[in-house]
Design a protein around this ligand. Structure first.
Ligand code: ADE
Length: 249
């Protein structure tokens, strides 16, 4: 997969790209990330990328005549058609299903907007999809672009060490709810013991315990997920009986 990131702050990406799964996916040749400095496409000697909003108002707007040539240049770098994603708090909310879909693409272009946003004509001319990573506003699209990159890259086959671990994630196809708690050694710490069943070696009981713990956690923290379509159509999650049983205790 080729991912091109267009940003005014390319230096922000080096830490994230140089560590952990993103580093490994690149080393394994599964992922190529090219961070492109939007400033290169800026206007004039000062490489200006933004201007005042027409109609007034606070902040600055990224110029259409900077952003469009930059994205077109990025598109021309690869024969593969690109899926174009604009990072924006006005976008559709990112979720795991969308990440799975994006992981099927061979070429993504992520545009990290800054200032008050990007001139609307850039979307009109280039199309693409606006992505929001949550109902809050960040200073720019760089961190959202890193979020998209990380969430998608780990779903590329071979990116994770253990192929099972993505299947068992929260929000995965196999488990569209939250995961329950995890434990490791020591089995007792300051009087807090690991649930006995996890030490039992009884795989079926452990799996049942984990499903129930996931249901409980979801019911407590994200009840919206239990009523959503994804959970009602989910494959064998142990069914509502698990959580109902849990609540009666
Ligand atoms: N830019 C600023 N805030 C954002 C958000 N929540 N999601 C995506 N891009 C953003």
């Amino acid at each position: 997969m080729l991912v091109q990131v267009l940003t005014l702050f390319p230096e922000m990406f080096s830490g994230v790209l140089g560590a952990s799964i993103l580093k490994r996916a690149q080393a394994r040749g599964l992922l190529t990330v090219r961070v492109i400095d939007l400033r290169q496409f800026g206007i004039g000697r000062h490489r200006v990328c933004d201007d005042y909003p027409f109609g007034g108002g606070p902040g600055m707007v990224m110029r259409v005549d900077v952003v469009v040539p930059a994205v077109e240049w990025a598109m021309a770098q690869s024969e593969e058609p690109a899926r174009l994603l604009w990072m924006s708090p006005q976008g559709r909310l990112l979720n795991q299903a969308w990440c799975r879909e994006l992981a099927q693409s061979s070429h993504l272009i992520l545009v990290a907007g800054h200032y008050e946003g990007i001139d609307q004509r850039a979307f009109e001319i280039l199309g693409g999809e606006e992505v929001s990573i949550g109902n809050y506003v960040l200073t720019g699209g760089e961190i959202p672009a890193m979020v998209v990159l990380d969430a998608v890259a780990r779903l590329i086959p071979g990116a994770l060490g253990d192929a099972e671990s993505a299947r068992q994630d929260s929000f995965s196809e196999d488990w569209p709810l939250l995961e329950g708690p995890q434990y490791t050694r020591p089995s007792e710490y300051r009087g807090h013991r690991v649930p006995e069943v996890l030490l039992s070696g009884h795989h079926a009981k452990i799996a049942a315990w984990r499903r129930e713990a996931g249901w409980r956690k979801t019911a407590m923290v994200r009840p919206d997920l239990l009523s959503s379509e994804t959970s009602s159509s989910s494959p064998d999650t142990g069914g509502h009986s698990v959580i109902q049983g849990g609540n009666k205790e």
